[in-house]
Design a protein around this ligand. Structure first.
Ligand code: PHE
Length: 346
């Protein structure tokens, strides 16, 4: 009996070693453990033994049965792993490290400057809003206190659409909607918003003029906002963008939606303020218009001008990108020339 078991064991091992597919494994299982399998037969043979021999032999047969069951399960795993590896070998290979023959993307210089300014202002608690490019006449003009007969509303300056709407000529077109959206500051915490966007004006295009350009506008409205707040935020902004301590000065400037209105200049980075051709010998570069939001504009936006004040500034993002990256021709921005546009980094 024991010899017989030993033979079965050896035979099982030989057959198992030869098996290469899962279905062969199943055949082996049936051949040994199935109804007429060798182990099952051996169990039946136990009947012929006397009680004592039956006990030891019985244990041996059961041990062999368990051993075979376990070996089959283990081997099944080995075969599955082998099959998986084979599938992997045959699968289509994709090597991520091979350099692409397609052009690699890069951020547009205007996007770089826009993101940089957004990051600076976000750390100072500003939210960023996305103004529409197609606007109503009201939002673009009346809402910001530009009356019907204002020259900026002329067909030669503004692209009107057939439906009476227009392509926004400045980011200020979003002021009214933003004021209505957020309302007067309720918690004592001022409303601080940044709204960059693409603007359109009917200009003849040359190295300095484009009909499509970017502005970045900001507003801060609260209980007690003054020109000092305006100057502070503008100084932080410009110092970060130009990576130097910039001096600023305000000159009076007229925009119907601010009162008082200013032109903010920075000291010329080329000559350090002593005067050079870039700054037309004045030592200053005109950079951004700004001012205290006109009471009419607040009122139209649903904010009580007797309780609240605010400042607004409108930065020429396209012009700032030209200054920062020393780009001489504005036409580069909309040229789609990847070769040139890809070269700018923060
Ligand atoms: N909207 C003005 C322009 O397009 C810029 C501006 C914005 C001026 C906010 C003052 C305050 O020129």
């Amino acid at each position: 009996m024991l010899e017989n078991l030993e033979r079965i064991k050896v035979q099982f091992k030989e057959e198992l070693n030869l098996a290469e597919m899962k279905d062969e494994l199943e055949r082996i299982r049936v051949a040994f453990l199935g109804k007429k399998g060798l182990v099952t037969e051996a169990l039946k043979d136990l009947h012929n033994l006397d009680a004592e021999a039956k006990k030891t032999a019985g244990m041996q047969v059961n041990m062999l049965k368990n051993e075979i069951e376990k070996a089959i399960v283990d081997y099944q795993k080995v075969l599955e792993e082998r099959e998986y590896q084979k599938e992997l070998e045959n699968a289509e290979r994709f090597d991520y490290s091979i350099p692409s023959d397609k052009p690699v993307g890069a951020m547009h210089p205007i996007t770089i400057v826009q993101k940089q300014i957004e990051d600076i202002f976000k750390t100072m608690g500003f939210i960023v809003e996305d103004g529409l490019e197609i606007q109503t006449e009201f939002n673009n003009f009346e809402g910001v206190n530009i009356p019907k007969n204002h020259p900026a509303r002329d067909m030669t300056d503004t692209y009107y659409l057939d439906n009476g709407q227009l392509l926004k000529t400045h980011t200020s077109a979003a002021q009214n909607a933003i004021m209505k959206k957020y309302g007067a500051p309720k918690t004592g915490e001022p409303l601080k918003v940044l709204f960059p966007g693409r603007c359109f004006r009917n200009e003849n295009i040359d190295a300095c003029h484009e009909n499509t350009f970017f502005q970045l506008e900001g507003m801060m409205i609260g209980d007690d906002i003054s020109i000092s707040n305006l100057i502070y935020f503008m100084k932080v902004l410009l110092t970060e963008v130009f990576q130097r301590d910039v001096k600023v000065r305000l000159r009076p400037g007229f925009f119907p939606f601010v009162e008082p209105g200013f032109e903010l200049d920075i000291n010329c980075s080329i000559c350090g303020g002593v005067g050079c051709p870039t700054c037309k010998n004045s030592g200053w570069l005109e950079l951004l218009p700004c001012g205290m939001i006109h009471p009419n504009v607040l009122r139209l936006g649903g904010i009580d001008p007797d309780k609240y004040t605010g400042f607004a500034f409108g930065l020429g993002l396209t012009r700032l990108a030209m200054m920062k990256f020393n780009i001489k021709d504005i036409r580069l921005f909309n040229s789609g020339s990847l070769k040139q546009l890809k070269q700018f980094t923060v």
